[in-house]
Design a binder for this molecule. Structure first.
Ligand code: 13P
Ligand code: SF4
Length: 324
């Protein structure tokens, strides 16, 4: 178990419940605002935060991210009280997925291994065989297909379409999208690329639409893109377009202030692609969560946690053995 910077608090009242928050650990995703990241003990991508939550020796985990992330923390560390600062912090990949329809779809492919992206509810995870994040999805699916398995992929249609295109798979895909990344637009991107007088580059998150991903020099998770920027050795005068949520531009700018980093354009021509759910993590909401207020992830039964934990643990075990 890893010991981390912990804040000692008193017992607090949350509605009718008293919550003991003796040791509070705050986690923040890269898409949260800089001031939230500065309040956190750990900032990272979905995989890093899941691993950290699993190992955290804490009474309370405040998860400045979105609900499926807080649920994953609870699934991996059921003894901890996990609090999401704002109950409205959902994700379109979750809200666009009807669980009854998903189960029908899953049942209609009995000979397939169901791989689900971590951006899914606990119920969704329980209907899958493997969970993946954008960091390990390529490796895990290549591993399964290498073993001769048939794979079906949910819920992100863009990510699945990219994997099918890139590796020549024919995975059946569920059809939900990230409402933020789905707005990146090929025509607007070409216009922006053409308007740059010198050289330019494009890096992208795999939740973006396929025509955009086809043009990217690098496709990967938030931390993958951050590492690409950190290790960039090309001309610092080149423009680097980044097709992902705007929060990560803060981390990229901190790491490489010498580079011309710009958000890739969306169809309306706006340069701001912000996740409304991540941005619900305001300073006040996170402070209140550190005092025990917010959405406490206490609604998952031990059976629901166990059913969702198996495919998540399979991923963590794979990551330990092959990639991390
Ligand atoms: P990462 O797994 O790359 O952190 O992405 C999570 C996410 O929600 C992207 O929109
Ligand atoms: Fe979900 Fe998209 Fe927001 Fe990520 S950026 S949490 S995928 S809505």
């Amino acid at each position: 178990m890893r010991r981390i910077n912990m804040t000692r608090c008193d017992s607090r009242r949350n509605g009718s419940r008293i919550i003991m928050t003796k040791r509070v650990v705050t986690l923040a995703h890269y898409y949260t605002q800089p001031e939230i990241q500065q309040m956190a003990d750990k900032v990272g991508d979905s995989l890093e935060l899941s691993l950290f939550a699993r190992e955290a020796e804490a009474d309370t985990i405040v998860f400045a991210g979105v609900r499926f992330m807080a649920e994953t923390a609870k699934i991996l560390n059921p003894a901890a009280t996990v609090i999401l600062p704002d109950a409205g912090s959902t994700c379109s990949l979750v809200t666009q997925t009807d669980i009854v329809a998903l189960k029908r779809w899953r049942d209609s492919h009995p000979d397939h291994v169901h791989v689900a992206y971590i951006n899914s509810s606990a119920e969704h995870k329980a209907l899958s065989d493997w969970i993946v994040t954008s960091r390990n999805v390529d490796d895990i699916i290549a591993h399964l297909i290498g073993e001769g398995k048939k794979v079906m992929f949910s819920p992100d249609r863009n990510m699945g379409a990219y994997l099918n295109y890139q590796y020549g798979y024919d995975m059946p895909l569920w059809s939900a999208v990230c409402e933020v990344h789905d707005k990146f637009n090929e025509a607007a991107l070409n216009e922006a690329l053409n308007a740059v007088p010198g050289a330019s580059h494009l890096i992208a998150h795999p939740e973006s639409p396929l025509p955009v991903l086809k043009q990217a020099e690098y496709v990967g998770s938030t931390s993958g893109m951050l590492n690409w920027v950190k290790q960039y050795e090309g001309n610092p005068k080149d423009v680097i377009f980044v097709a992902t949520e705007d929060g990560i531009l803060y981390n990229m700018g901190l790491a490489r202030p010498d580079l011309d980093l710009r958000q890739a354009p969306i169809y309306a021509g706006c340069q701001c692609n912000s996740c409304p759910y991540m941005k619900m993590n305001t300073v006040e909401a996170v402070r209140r969560a550190q005092q025990g207020e917010g959405l406490v992830i206490d609604y998952l039964s031990p059976e629901a946690i166990e059913a969702a934990r198996k495919p998540v643990e399979r991923m963590l075990e794979f990551s330990r053995r092959y990639t991390l």
